[in-house]
Design a binder for this molecule. Sequence first.
Ligand code: SF4
Length: 505
Amino acid sequence: MPEYMGGSGRPPSPPTLRAPRHSRGALRQRNSFAGPEQPGPVLLYGGLTRAHHACIKGALESLGYRAEPLPVPDNRDLALGRQYGNRGWCNPAYYTVGSLVRYLEARRAAGEARPAERYAFLTVSSCGPCRFGMYADAYRKAFRETGLDGVPIVLIDQVGGLEQDAGARWVRLDHRFFVRVVRALMLADLLNELAARTRPYEVRAGATDQALDGALGLAEVALSRRGPIGRLLRGVRDLFDQVAVDPLQVKPVVKVTGEFWAQTTEGDGNYRLRTWLESEGAEVRMEPVTAWIDYLIWLGLDYVRARAGLRPREGGVGLARTVGLVVGLRLAQTLVRTAYARYRRLLGARPDPLPPQHLLARYARPYYCPDLRGGEGHAEVGKHIHAFAHRQAHLVLSVKPFGCMPSTMSDGTQYKVMEDYPGSLFLPVETTGDGEASVKSRIQMALFEARARARQEFEAVLAARGIALAEARRLAARRGLARATARLPRRWAGTAANVVEALHA
Ligand code: SF4
C-alpha cells in the first residue's frame, strides 16, 4: 500500500541485493553492451504486446541496460505455471511464471550455469487489494522450486512514485527510468492503435504488419538513441501512408476492455483475441496501457483529495504533504495527457484521445463506487458507458481471467448498465486457457448483431448525405481520405460512416 494510502509505501523487497545507488555514468559503464549475447546483466520483462516490448527495449537501452522481452506466453506456460503455482492464483500469474521459468531454464540448458547472476525480472506490483499483490511471491516460489532461487525481481510499485528501490544493485528506478518507460508505452499504444485502425481496410494482406514492423524498428532505435519523437512519428506516418486502404468497407468496431493483462496480451491468455476478431471482419480497439497509467494517477489524486483535512490518526498525511502530492500527481497527469495528445496528433489524430478519468468515474458511479479499489475498479463500467455514449464502438467486449474478483463484481453491475442504456451491446467473457471454442462462439453471436448495426449506421449516413457508395469511394480517394493517417471526424462508431461524414465536413 503506498504511503499516501496509509501503508509503508513499499511492497516486501525480494530476498536479494539491496545496494548503494550508482551514478548514471557508472550504471552506463556497468550495463553498456553491444548485443544480447554479450556478457553482463540482463533485464527481463514481458506481459504486454510486441509493440510495447520493442519500445520498452529501446527505452531501457537508452538507460544503459541490456533488455530482453520474454516471449508472449502460451498454453505451455499456463501448464508450467500451474505446476509450480498454488491453487487460486489468477491466470496472468500462471502464464507469467510459466514463461519466465521456461525462458530461464532454456538459458540454463544453453550453458548459463548461474542465471541468478545474469538476469533480473522487471515487473509491476502493488499491494492488491485483489490477488495482484501476491504475484511477486508467486515468482519467488517458482524460482525456489526450479532451482532458480536468487534471480532478482525488480518490482515497480505501480503507485510508488518516481523514485523506488529496485531490489537489484545494478538497476536504478528513478524519474528518468519512469519518464522513458512511460514514453515508450505511449508510443507503443499509438502504433498499435494506428495498425489496428489500418489492418482491417488494407488492400494487400500483410501490408499493415509490414508497416508496423518498420515502425517498431524505427521506434526502438529512436528510443534507444533518444532521437526526436517528432521525426520518429513523421517516419511512422510515412510508412503507414504507403499501405493502400479501402476505408469504405463496413466493419463492426469492437472495443476490448476488461482486466489489464487479459485485455492486453497477444497470446493464448485471451485466445489471441485481436487477431481472431480481425479475421472475423471486425475493427478492434484495444485499451492503451497509457489509459491504465492515467487511471492510476487519477486514483492517487482522488484518494489524496478524499483524505485532505483528516488528522494523521484518521488516515490524513498533513497539509504540506497533501499539497505536495496533489501538485505532483496533477503535474504527472498533465505531462502524460499532453504528451499522448501531441504524439497522437503527429499520427494524424487517428488513434482515440484518452478518455477523461473524471468522466469515466462519473459514468460509473451510479453502478460501481469509484472508491472500491482493485483491478480495473470502476473503469470497466465507465468505459462501457463512455464507448456507447460517445459512439466509439458497436460492441464492447470485456475480457477477464476466470475468477477475476474486481471484474466479476463489475460484470454484475453491467447488467443494470445495459438495462439503463438499452442500445448498448456488451459482452463479458472469461478466459481460462481452455474453453476457447465456447467463448468464441458467444463472441460470434454478438458480432452478428454488431455487424448489422455497423451496416445500418453506414446506410443511414449514406442516405442522410444523399450519396451512393461508388461516388463516396471516388471522392474519398480524390480528397486523400483513403489513407491510414487521414484525419476523420468521430461522429459515428464505424470508420466507413466517418469517411462519408468527412466528405461533407
Ligand atoms: S485484477 Fe483480477 S486477474 Fe488481475 S490480479 Fe486482480 S483478481 Fe487477479
